[in-house]
Design a protein around this ligand. Structure first.
Ligand SMILES: CC[C@H](O)CC(=O)C(=O)O
Ligand code: MN
Length: 342
C-alpha cells in the first residue's frame, strides 16, 4: 500500500538529539524509538552521532555506542521507514558512507556551512553511486544573504543532490527570513526544498509552517524536541498541526503522541525547554550544538555561559570550531580577574 503524503518528514531525534544527551544513545533506545517511529508512518529516520558520521571524538564528544551499531539496529526494525545518516565532509569520509550504506542506510545528508557547499561534491556523488537518496544540508543558513544561499543551493543541485535544505542551525531565523530564503530557492532550483529548524526563539513551528507555505516539502522534526539547544520543530505537534490544516504527512498522530510520551520522554535527562543558554543561541546566532559545551566551559571557568555564547556569535564561530568555546571562556575569566584599565 502506498501512503499518500503532501510532504516528507525526517525525524532527527536519533541524530540531532544526540547533542542533547551528550551522544549517549544505546542500541536498546534506538531499537525502541525507531520501531515506534516506523510503525507511526514516519518516512525517514536519521541516525548518527550528533556531528554526523565519525563525529565521536574528543572535539565533539565521544559516543556511548558505535554509531554503526546504532544504524544497524535502526535498519533492523525499520520495515517501512528509510534510515538516513548525516555526514559533514572533513569529519566523515566516503568510507563511512559506504559502511552506513552496506548496513542499509538509504539516505545521505551531506552537511556544509552555508557558504561552503563546494566541499560536498565528492560525498554527494559517492552517496548517489551507493544508490542513496541525497540531501545538501546548508547549515547556519541565517549567516548568508539570500543571493549567497541561492548560489550555494545551486551548487548542491549541480553535484546531484535530490534535495537542498535551509538549515537554521542556530534557531536564529525570523519568519520573514525563512519566507525570503525558501521563496528564492523555490524560484531558482529544480530539486526538493527542505527546512530544518531549532526552537531557541520559540519560532520552530511558525518558521516551519512558513517554509511549507512557500513550497518546502522536506521537513525535519524531533520528537519531544529532542535536538540540540531547545530542540527542533516538535514532530508530534507538527504532525497534529498539519493534520488540522489538511496537509497529509502519512503519520499517525496518536502513535506519535504515545511514543513521545512513553519512549522518548524517559530518555531525556531533563525536559527539553528554552533555557537561558538555548535562548542565547537564537538571540546571538550561535550553533545549537554549542549549548552544552558552553555550559560546561562556564562552570569550569566560573563565567556566565551567555557571555561565552554572545562572544562566539560576535566572532561568527561555526561548527568545527568547538575548541573556541573553551578559549573564549578562558579569556572572559582572565579579563574578569584583570579588568582593562580605562
Ligand atoms: C554539527 C551538525 C549539526 O548538528 C547539524 C544540524 O542539525 C544543524 O546544523 O542544525
Ligand atoms: Mn540541527
Amino acid at each position: 500500500m502506498t501512503i499518500e503524503r503532501d510532504l516528507f518528514i525526517t525525524e532527527v531525534a536519533l541524530r540531532d538529539g544526540s547533542h542533547a544527551i551528550s551522544h549517549q544513545f544505546t542500541v536498546d533506545q534506538v531499537l525502541q524509538v525507531t520501531k515506534a517511529l516506523n510503525d507511526a508512518g514516519v518516512p525517514y529516520i536519521e541516525v548518527s552521532h550528533g556531528d554526523g558520521l565519525s563525529g565521536s571524538s574528543l572535539q565533539y564528544g565521544f559516543s556511548k555506542t558505535n554509531e554503526m551499531e546504532l544504524i544497524e539496529a535502526a535498519v533492523s526494525v525499520a520495515d517501512q521507514a528509510k534510515i538516513a545518516v548525516l555526514l559533514l565532509p572533513g569529519i566523515g569520509t566516503v568510507k563511512d558512507l559506504k559502511e552506513a550504506a552496506s548496513l542499509g542506510a538509504k539516505m545521505a545528508r551531506i552537511a556544509t556551512h552555508v557558504t561552503e557547499a563546494d566541499v560536498a561534491p565528492q560525498h554527494i556523488q559517492a552517496a548517489k553511486e551507493l544508490g542513496m537518496e541525497t540531501v545538501g544540508f546548508l547549515m547556519m543558513s541565517h549567516m548568508a544573504e539570500v543571493d549567497k544561499l541561492v548560489e550555494q543551493a545551486k551548487l548542491m543541485e549541480s553535484y546531484g543532490a535530490d534535495s537542498v535544505y535551509v538549515v537554521d542551525s542556530a534557531g536564529a531565523l525570523l519568519p520573514d527570513g525563512v519566507r525570503q530564503r525558501i521563496r528564492a530557492l523555490k524560484q531558482s532550483v529544480g530539486i526538493n526544498i527542505g527546512f530544518h529548524a531549532h526552537n531557541n526563539l520559540s519560532l520552530a513551528m511558525a518558521n516551519t509552517l512558513v517554509a511549507i507555505e512557500e513550497g518546502a516539502t522536506r521537513i525535519d522534526g524531533s520528537v519531544r524536541c529532542l535536538g540540540a539547544g531547545a530542540g527542533n520543530t516538535q514532530t508530534e505537534v507538527l504532525v497534529a498541526v498539519l493534520d488540522r490544516m489538511g496537509v497529509k504527512t502519512g503519520i499517525d498522530v496518536y502513535k506519535m503522541m504515545d511514543l513521545a510520551e512513553e519512549i522518548v520522554a524517559p530518555i531525556l535527562q531533563t525536559p527539553q525547554e528554552i533555557t537561558r543558554e538555548s535562548l542565547t543561541l537564537g538571540y546571538a546566532g550561535v550553533y545549537s550544538s554549542f549549548a552544552l559545551h558552553a555550559k560546561r566551559a562556564a562552570a569550569r571557568f566560573g563565567v556566565d555561559s551567555r557571555d561565552i555564547l554572545t562572544e562566539l556569535g560576535k566572532r561568527k564561530v561555526v561548527g568545527g570550531q568547538e575548541d573556541m568555546i573553551w578559549d573564549v571562556a578562558e579569556e572572559i575569566a582572565a579579563s574578569a580577574k584583570s579588568p582593562a584599565k580605562v
